[in-house]
Design a protein around this ligand. Structure first.
Ligand SMILES: [Zn+2]
Length: 271
C-alpha cells in the first residue's frame, strides 16, 4: 500500500518496531513550533501517490473487507513507526498522553472511569486493545462463511480514533526523533493516506482531527463532497453496538480527549 519495504517490515502481531542500527539520536525537547508544518518537512513523502484514487473501493470488493484490510495495515504501520521512536516515549519524558495544542488523551476503564496515564502506557493500551479486536474472529472474520458484525464500522471508527491519537502524539512530541531517523517522509505519507481514507469513509469526527487540521490541509487538499459510505449508518446501529458480540466485553474501554488549554473536555462516544 504505502511502500513495499515498509509493508514487508510490518508484523502481524504487536511488536515494537526496531531500527536496524542502535545509534540513537539525541532526544530533543519538542515545543509547539510545529516543525512538521514547516518546509521542507511538510513536503516530505516517500511516494507521490494519488490517495484519492487509491482509497476508492474497487466495485468488486466488499466494503467491510476494504475497511478491514486498511485497518490492519494502518495499525501495523502506526505500530511500526511508534516502535521506532518508543525508546524516547518514556514515563519521564511523556508523563501525559498529549497532542498538539495541549490536548490530552485520557484512557478509561470498562466502567467508564477515566484516568490519566503516561503516553507509553496509553499507546500500550491502544495497541493491545486493537490487536485483540483484530485477532477476534467474530470482528475480523477470516474464515469463509463468517460475516462481519453489524457494528463493524463503529468498531473501525473506534480503532482509527485510537490510531489518530498515537499519530497526534508522535507529531507533537516526537517529530524531532522521527526527522533525525529519516522517517518523516514515511510518517507524512502514512498520515496522508490515513486521513484521506478517513475523510472518504467518514471514520473520524472533526473534534478529533482538529488538533492536526493544519497539517491535514497541508498534506491533502482532498475535501469530500459526500462520503462514500455504502453502509447506512448509524446512530441506530451504533446504539446496538456490541450487543451481539460477546467479544466486545472490553469495548467500553477507550479514550477521553480534553484540552488543558480551554478546559474543554469531550467524552468520546461510548459503545
Ligand atoms: Zn511520547
Amino acid at each position: 500500500m504505502l511502500n513495499e519495504d515498509l509493508i514487508s517490515a510490518c508484523l502481524i502481531c504487536v511488536r515494537k518496531g526496531r531500527r536496524k542500527d542502535k545509534d540513537s539520536p539525541s532526544p530533543l525537547v519538542q515545543d509547539e513550533q510545529r516543525q512538521y508544518l514547516q518546509d521542507p518537512c511538510v513536503q516530505e513523502r516517500i511516494i507521490q501517490a494519488d490517495f484519492e484514487k487509491i482509497v476508492d473501493i474497487p466495485f468488486s470488493l466488499d466494503y467491510c473487507e476494504w475497511l478491514a484490510t486498511h485497518v490492519i495495515s494502518f495499525f501495523n504501520h502506526v505500530n511500526l513507526l511508534y516502535g521506532a521512536i518508543s525508546e524516547y516515549c518514556t514515563l519521564e519524558g511523556c508523563p501525559l498522553m498529549n497532542g498538539p495544542g495541549n490536548v490530552q488523551y485520557f484512557w478509561h476503564d470498562e466502567k467508564g472511569k477515566k484516568f490519566k496515564c503516561t503516553a507509553p502506557e496509553y499507546v500500550d493500551y491502544v495497541m493491545s486493545f486493537i490487536q485483540k479486536d483484530i485477532l477476534e474472529e467474530s470482528i475480523f472474520p477470516t474464515k469463509f462463511g463468517n460475516a462481519f458484525p453489524s457494528t463493524f464500522q463503529m468498531i473501525v471508527k473506534r480503532i482509527h480514533r485510537y490510531l489518530f491519537h498515537v499519530l497526534a502524539h508522535i507529531y507533537h512530541a516526537h517529530y524531532n526523533e522521527v526527522h533525525i531517523l529519516g522517517l518523516h517522509g514515511h510518517l507524512n505519507t502514512l498520515f496522508a493516506h490515513f486521513m484521506v481514507f478517513n475523510l472518504r469513509y467518514d471514520l473520524l469526527e472533526e473534534k478529533e482531527t482538529d488538533v492536526l487540521q493544519d497539517l491535514i490541509k497541508a498534506l491533502t487538499t482532498f475535501v469530500p463532497a459526500e462520503t462514500m459510505n455504502p453502509l447506512t449508518s448509524t446512530s441506530g446501529e451504533e446504539g446496538a453496538a456490541d450487543s451481539d458480540n460477546t467479544a466486545q466485553a472490553t469495548a467500553t474501554a477507550g479514550p477521553l480527549v480534553s484540552s488543558s488549554t480551554n478546559e474543554l473536555e469531550t467524552e468520546v462516544t461510548q459503545t
